[in-house]
Design a protein around this ligand. Structure first.
Ligand SMILES: [Zn+2]
Ligand SMILES: [Zn+2]
Length: 337
């Protein structure tokens, strides 16, 4: 079969590889489409310790069942896949927190070949049926949506409050949509990409701030009567966005960190500590979050179709370079084998 293989940092190549053979409790899927995730980009750049070449990346997919040893998924059934495979036995798994399973695995990482190929394997327990009517590029959205669902579930008690989102990429944009669904009253979005901020505005952000032109923290404070936002979310992971998320949060408010662009960040704990700001991190999603994300996508709640770009799998190299270099207003790029 054809596969887009990560062969060295910054390099993807189309190769002929063996068709994977399903083990018991696994399904063989024919991939219809697979999205490019920020973590795939990190892998492509050589920044991921768990993505070593040669490896097929990709974990946001929709496909059809070719063969499966469970009667619940007949051949031809259209499915998306929860690509976080957990042990199902450790304390965290048993508590429903599969995302922090000590033995978690991901499609397109370590020795698990990913979805940028004609066919891919997945455990039967990871499959979720999706309707034929859903366009391919929309049907791969449950995975990134699940990250936002999980993050907003971690926010404790900020219903109807204000939220400031740092970053208008895939995650920032999806979180903005989900925050609106949850009833957040005032939504701020900041970024340095004007085209993506225009998308945020179109999707109903109350205040968009170009971080290269305006002081983001000052703007959020002045728009909230000097207090700061009830909840701030960093969907980038650079030091400046993490520091701004902490600075723009009201005293006693909550900061959620999701972005992973940089490993270390300096924090002024003196001011942070005195303000009783609650700092939480969010990573991936639980099985329940994923199920909810599928419902939201299938139900039409995530309307970003105009900003999804579809390209053939053969264009993988150029597609990755675009998303890393200058994504413009493309919020998600999806590859089709
Ligand atoms: Zn992803
Ligand atoms: Zn586990």
């Amino acid at each position: 079969m054809k596969a887009l293989v990560y062969t060295a940092p910054n390099t993807l190549e189309m190769r002929d590889v063996d068709l994977p053979q399903p083990a018991s409790a696994e399904a063989l899927l024919r991939v219809q489409a697979a999205g490019i995730c920020g973590s795939d980009m990190g892998g492509f750049l050589g920044h991921s310790l768990r993505r070593k070449p040669p490896l097929v990346l990709g974990h946001e997919l929709v496909g059809t069942v070719v063969s499966c040893d469970s009667p619940s998924f007949q051949p031809g059934t259209r499915v998306c896949v929860n690509p976080v495979f957990s042990c199902l036995r450790c304390d965290n798994c048993l508590a429903g927190r599969q995302n922090i399973c000590s033995g978690w695995k991901l499609l397109g990482m370590d020795d698990v070949q990913g979805a940028y190929a004609e066919y891919v394997l997945a455990p039967v327990s990871a499959l979720h049926q999706v309707p034929e009517s859903l366009p391919d590029e929309v049907a791969c959205l449950p995975e990134p949506v699940a990250c936002g669902v999980h993050l907003l579930r971690l926010a404790s008690k900020q219903e109807f409050g204000s939220v400031a989102i740092f970053g208008a990429g895939t995650q920032g944009t999806l979180i903005q949509i989900l925050a609106r669904l949850l009833g957040y009253r005032k939504i701020f979005v900041s970024d340095v990409n004007q085209e993506r901020l225009a998308v945020s505005e179109k999707l109903g952000a109350d205040v968009v701030v170009h971080a290269g032109e305006k002081d983001v923290v000052e703007t959020i404070r002045s728009e909230t009567g000097g207090r700061g936002a009830d909840l701030t979310i960093d969907a980038v992971g650079r030091s400046v966005t993490r520091q701004n998320a902490i600075a723009a949060c009201k005293d006693g408010g909550e900061v959620l960190l999701l972005g992973m662009a940089e490993a270390t960040t300096e924090v002024d704990f003196m001011s942070f500590l005195r303000r009783e700001v609650c700092l939480k991190t969010s990573f991936a999603y639980s099985a329940a979050d994923f199920r909810r994300a599928v419902e939201l996508v299938v139900g039409g709640a995530i309307d970003i179709e105009p900003w999804i770009e579809v390209r053939p799998l053969e264009d993988g190299q150029a597609a990755f370079e675009k998303m890393i270099g200058n994504p413009g207003n493309t919020i998600k790029l999806v590859l089709k084998p």
